[in-house]
Design a protein around this ligand. Structure first.
Ligand code: ATP
Length: 648
C-alpha cells in the first residue's frame, strides 16, 4: 500500500494536470530510488510516480516505463545506446568548459560519470534558465541519438548530447548521461518496474479525476481483498509481458481497458519474440526416472549451438530471435533463404523454437559451439558465409494466428512434424526417443555425446507438458555430460575483477573474481575466485580483453567481502561458463546470501573455466536463486536435511 510520506514528484517538479511530464519528476524519482535499498519501498516510490503519470499525463506512461527500464523500444527493436564513456566525457567537457583531464580525474575519484556530469553542470553559471525537459523530449532525443549512423556519426551524436545536456537542471544530467551510457544502475530491475506498474494500475483508474484520488485509492477496501487483487493483477501483467514483451502494445490496453483486458488483447503473435522456456538441471538418469515416475516423457539430444526462435509473419517476412530476444535475423541470411522450403503450403505464420548448430559439410557432422561463435554477428552476407549451420527444430509455439503454448508437447510435436519437413544438412527435427527404461536413456545419452551434443533434454509429453514461457521449468530437464560428475550443473558467472599473475603469468591476470546476478536487488554477488581451466593462450586473451574494462573502483552494485578484493575491478561485460566440484556455504562470498542461511552466502569449490557464454548478457548469468537451488540439490545437503528432520 503506497505510503503517503513518499516524496511527491508532482510538487517537486511543478507538474501540472494535462501537461507533458517534466523530466525532473522522473529524475527525482530515480534519485529517490537510488537512495533506497529495500525493494518494496522502491516499488512503492515508482508506483506513486506511475500513478501520477496515469492521472495527470497518461500519454507519457509509455516513455516513462521505457526510461525506467533503460530501453528505447520493445524487444527486437535494434536501437541501442551504450555510448562509450570517452565520448560522453568529451561532450560534458565541451559543454561545461572543463578539460577532459579534469573530468577524467573526477570520474577516477568518484567512479560515476553521471554524478560527475551533474556536478560539472551545477558548478556552471547559467545566463538564462533553459526550457524544462519533458519525459517525452528526453525519450525522443535518446532515440534520435541512437539512430545516428554512417559518416562522422559520433560527432553528430556528441552535438545532440550537448544540446540535451545544456537543458538539464538539478539531477537530470546524472540520469541522462547514465541512460546514454546504457546503464541506469540504480538497483531497479525490470521485474520491479513491472510490479510498480501493476500496482499503479490496480490503484488508479485513468478516468479518475485529479486531485481526488492521489494516494487514496485503497482506502476503504479491506486489506486482504486488496492484497489479493494486487497479486492477481500483477500475475496477469507478468504473464502478458512474457507472451508479448512489448510495452507499445501493453500500455495502451492498460490505460484504455485495464489489466484484466490484457490476456485477450496482448497475445503471442509472430513477429514478437517470446521469452523462451528453459530447463532444470539433473545429475543423472536415476534422478530423471524418479522425477518423472508414472509420467510419459521424451528424451531429445541437447544440441550445442545457439537458440534460434524463427518467426514467419503473415506478410511473408521472417525474423530470427536469440535466447535473449535480440534480433538475429541479419546473422542468418542462409536460414532465411531456405526456411520457406521446410514449410508446407497451408502455414501462413508460425513461431518455431530451434537450435542453430555449426555443421561440417565435408565430414557431415555437428561442430562444437565455439565454431558457431566465429560467425559474423550482424549483417552477414550470404555469399561470404564460411560456417554452415544446421537448424534443429524442437518446438512449435504458434501457427496461423493460433497460440499452441497451452497444448501438451505431444500435440505440438505432432503438428511440427506434420506441417514442416526436413532438408538434409540444413533443417532437421531433433533426435528423440520416447522411453522410460534406464538402459535406453543411457544408450541415447552416450549416442548424443558421440554425436557432439551436450547431452539430453528430457521433456514431459502429456501431463504438465504446456510450453512455459520464460520459465526454468521442472517439466524440461537437462542432463549434460559435464554434470555426470560434479555439482549437477555448470554455472554462468560474471567476471568482475582480476588478480595480477606471478611467475610465468606476470603481466597477465592469474585469477579472476566471479559473481552471480541477483535480480531482486539488481546486484552482482561474488561467488568464487578462479585460476584454473585456462590454457596460456586463453589467459592472455582474457587479460587483453579485461584490461580494456578496468574501472577505478567497484560498482555500488557489486556485493563482495574485503578479503577477496581484486587488484583490478572490471565493468560487468562478460559471462563465463564454469564447472565446479560442489557448492558450499561461505562467510566471505555473498552469492545467494540469506537464501539458504541468514548471514552466509554460497561459494564454488574447485571451479574450472569451460568457455565464454557469448550468447548471454551479464544479467542472464546464473541467478542467486538458482545457486541456492543447486546448493540444496546436492546429495550431501539433502541427506543432511533428512538427518536434521529426523532429530528435530
Ligand atoms: P545451457 O545452455 O548452458 O544449458 P541455458 O540456461 O542457456 O543453459 P538451459 O535451459 O540450460 O539453457 O538449456 C536449454 C538450452 O539448450 C536452450 O536454450 C537451447 O538453446 C538448447 N537446446 C539444445 N537442444 C535442445 C532441445 N532439444 N530442446 C530444447 N533446448 C535445446
Amino acid at each position: 500500500n503506497p505510503s503517503k510520506e513518499n516524496y511527491d514528484p508532482i510538487k517537486d517538479a511543478c507538474w501540472k494536470y494535462d501537461e507533458r511530464v517534466p523530466y525532473l519528476a522522473l529524475a527525482k524519482t530515480l534519485q529517490k530510488i537510488e537512495e533506497t535499498s529495500a525493494r518494496l519501498k522502491i516499488i512503492d516510490i515508482l508506483s506513486n510516480y506511475f500513478r501520477s503519470v496515469i492521472i495527470l499525463s497518461k500519454n507519457d506512461l509509455l516513455f516513462s516505463v521505457y526510461l525506467c527500464i533503460n530501453k528505447l523500444g520493445p524487444v527486437g527493436n535494434n536501437q541501442e545506446l551504450g555510448i562509450a564513456d570517452m565520448h560522453l566525457m568529451k561532450a560534458i567537457a565541451q559543454c561545461t568548459g572543463r578539460t577532459l583531464f579534469q573530468i577524467k580525474s573526477d570520474v577516477a575519484r568518484n567512479g560515476d560519470l553521471g554524478i560527475v556530469a551533474e556536478q560539472s553542470r551545477s558548478n556552471q553559471k547559467i545566463m538564462f534558465r533553459p526550457k524544462a525537459l519533458t519525459v517525452q523530449t528526453v525519450f525522443n532525443q535518446l532515440n534520435n541519438i541512437a539512430s545516428i549512423s554512417g559518416h562522422s556519426a559520433i560527432n553528430k551524436k556528441i552535438d545532440k548530447i550537448q544540446a540535451l545536456f545544456v537543458s538539464c537542471q538539478d539531477c537530470e544530467a546524472r540520469f541522462i548521461i547514465r541512460s546514454l551510457a546504457g546503464k541506469l544502475r540504480i538497483g531497479l530491475a525490470e521485474q520491479s518496474v513491472i510490479q510498480a506498474l501493476a500496482l499503479a494500475c490496480t490503484l488508479t483508474s485513468p478516468n479518475q479525476e485529479y486531485p481526488s484520488l492521489i494516494l487514496n485509492a485503497s482506502e476503504g477496501i479491506p486489506s486482504e481483498i486488496f492484497k489479493k487483487k494486487v497479486e492477481e493483477e500483477l500475475l496477469i501483467l507478468k504473464t502478458t509481458y512474457c507472451e508479448c514483451p512489448n510495452f507499445n502494445k501493453i500500455i495502451p490496453v492498460l490505460l484504455e481497458k485495464g489489466i484484466k483486458a490484457l490476456p485477450q488483447l496482448c497475445k503471442i503473435t509472430s513477429g514478437l519474440p517470446v521469452k523462451p522456456m528453459l530447463a532444470k538441471p539433473t545429475k543423472g538418469i536415476q534422478e530423471i526416472l524418479q522425477r518423472f515416475d508414472g509420467i510419459e516423457f521424451t528424451c531429445e539430444w541437447k544440441y550445442d549451438g545457439e537458440r534460434a526462435q524463427i518467426h514467419i509473419l503473415e506478410d511473408g517476412n521472417i525474423k530470427i530471435y536469440s535466447r535473449n530476444l535480440e534480433d538475429n535475423t541479419s546473422k542468418y541470411p542462409d536460414i532465411i533463404s531456405d526456411i520457406r522450403s521446410i514449410v508446407k503450403s497451408d502455414v501462413k505464420s508460425c513461431i518455431l523454437d530451434t537450435e542453430a548448430v555449426a555443421w561440417d559439410k565435408e565430414q557431415k557432422k555437428i561442430l562444437p559451439f565455439q565454431v558457431l561463435s566465429t560467425r559474423k554477428r550482424k549483417s552477414a552476407n550470404i555469399d561470404e558465409i564460411k560456417i554452415q549451420v544446421c537448424v534443429y527444430l524442437f518446438d512449435l509455439l504458434y501457427m496461423n494466428g493460433e497460440s499452441l503454448i497451452q497444448k501438451p508437447f505431444i500435440e505440438r510435436r505432432k503438428l511440427l512434424r506434420e506441417y514442416f519437413q526436413e532438408i538434409e544438412e540444413k533443417f532437421s527435427f531433433v533426435k528423440s526417443i520416447d522411453t522410460n527404461t534406464l538402459e535406453e536413456v543411457q544408450e541415447f545419452l552416450d549416442e548424443s555425446v558421440k554425436g557432439n551434443c551436450e547431452g539430453l533434454m528430457v521433456k514431459t509429453l502429456k501431463f504438465e507438458a504446456t510450453y512455459e514461457i520464460a520459465k526454468r521449468s521442472h517439466n524440461w530437464l537437462k542432463l549434460k555430460k559435464d554434470y555426470l560428475e560434479g555439482c549437477g550443473d555448470t554455472l554462468d558467472l560474471v567476471v568482475i575483477g582480476g588478480y595480477l599473475g606471478k611467475g610465468k603469468r606476470t603481466g597477465h591476470y592469474g585469477g579472476f573474481l566471479l559473481a552471480s546476478y541477483d535480480s531482486d536487488n539488481d546486484e552482482y554477488q561474488t561467488i568464487c575466485k578462479i585460476g584454473t581451466g585456462f590454457s596460456d593462450e586463453t589467459l592472455t586473451k582474457h587479460s587483453e580483453f579485461f584490461k580494456q574494462h578496468i574501472i577505478p573502483k567497484p560498482k555500488s552494485y557489486y556485493r563482495y567481502d574485503a578479503s577477496h578484493e581484486p587488484d583490478h575491478w572490471f565493468d560487468p561485460v562478460q559471462v563465463w561458463e564454469i564447472k565446479c566440484a560442489d557448492l558450499s556455504l561461505s562467510p566471505i562470498y555473498y552469492s545467494a546470501i540469506g537464501l539458504v542461511f541468514p548471514e552466509k552466502g554460497i561459494s564454488l569449490r574447485f571451479p574450472r573455466f569451460l568457455r565464454i557464454r557469448e550468447d548471454k548478457i551479464t544479467k542472464e548469468a546464473t541467478s542467486s536463486q538458482q545457486v541456492a537451488e543447486l546448493y540444496q540439490n546436492q546429495d550431501q545437503i539433502k541427506n543432511l536435511t533428512k538427518i536434521n528432520d529426523k532429530f528435530t
